[in-house]
Design a protein around this ligand. Structure first.
Ligand code: ZN
Length: 295
């Protein structure tokens, strides 16, 4: 039986995408009750090992590795264009204090937060990322998976997760854990992709439904959760945070990752321009979400 990782109800329908990995099919499902989209079955221990070896950081293809068109570090440097916007939002809520990042990768964002006045620390699951954080930036980063990390209670003012929650098998329980680590009135800030909230994503999902087909995703099942503004807000609230704010963001047309057939690539690129203008001016149809909740 398939249980929704967010609301724990057991009624779901197929969402028209799936992944094929390790000789298994990982089907996306959508909960009837709360609309949350998640991959079922959840990858097991064996698959998690295969998914997050060094390959994840070093491979530079669209089909494996850090699911980017470049190796992880190049992607991290390229991704730093979004740092001022994200930290700007965090600063509106908590302009200083103890800042903890879960899954800090190679440490670029954590270092940026430190340069902007926070006292920073964090955890990272991958050996290579942890080493880079320490050696390159001298950051206080320990090697842990967040699932196994023993959380200090009431210790931080900001807990940040960037491109992490969509990878976690138990997003609700992990946000509850983050909540316990925060001091009263501390904030959690969660940044995730939102593939099916953009114009292209909505059209694609609608098209597959109309045609009665399923799209095989051209990558391993790294993203076991697909968030929309509604479900990101619900999971943050469900973990015990109040006054949840969802900011919709969008990638610049020049920097999007293109996959699939020529038709898919051209369509996605062409639609990203109007989408960019709409999201920038109206704050809707974003392909990236930043959710902030207060303890
Ligand atoms: Zn649900």
């Amino acid at each position: 039986m398939t249980i929704c990782p967010l609301c724990k109800h057991d009624r779901s329908r197929d969402f028209p995408i799936y992944y094929q990995f390790n000789q298994k099919r990982f089907q996306a499902k959508q909960c009837y009750c709360c609309d949350f989209v998640f991959v079922d079955p959840r990858p097991g221990l064996e698959e998690m090992r295969l998914l997050y070896g060094d390959e994840y950081f070093l491979h530079d293809g669209t089909d494996f590795g850090a699911h980017s068109t470049t190796d992880y570090e190049t992607a991290a440097i390229k991704g730093s264009v979004k740092f001022p916007e994200i930290l700007g939002w965090i600063k509106k809520f908590r302009p200083s204090g103890d800042f903890f990042e879960i899954g800090c990768g190679m440490g670029y964002f954590l270092e940026y937060a430190r340069r902007n006045g926070y006292s920073v620390s964090g955890i990272e699951y991958a050996e290579l990322g942890t080493r880079t954080c320490r050696e390159k930036f001298g950051l206080d980063v320990k090697r842990w998976s967040f699932e196994e990390f023993p959380p200090p209670a009431d210790r931080f003012d900001v807990v940040f997760m960037g491109d992490v929650l969509e990878h976690l098998l138990q997003p609700l329980e992990m946000l509850q854990k983050a909540q316990r680590m925060l001091r009263p009135a501390g904030i959690v800030a969660v940044e995730v992709p939102s593939m099916f909230n953009s114009i292209t994503g909505r059209l694609a999902a609608m098209g597959y439904r109309v045609l009665g087909t399923q799209k095989r995703m051209p990558m391993p099942p790294y993203h076991v959760n697909e968030f929309t503004p509604k479900t990101l807000s619900a999971v943050i609230q469900g973990a015990g945070f109040r006054e949840v704010t969802i900011v919709q963001r969008i990638k610049a047309p020049a920097s999007i990752t293109l996959r699939g057939t020529i038709f898919e690539k051209v369509t996605k690129k062409a639609l990203q321009y109007p989408n960019y203008i709409i999201t920038k001016s109206l704050g809707v149809l974003g392909d990236r979400l930043l959710g902030i909740g207060i303890k």
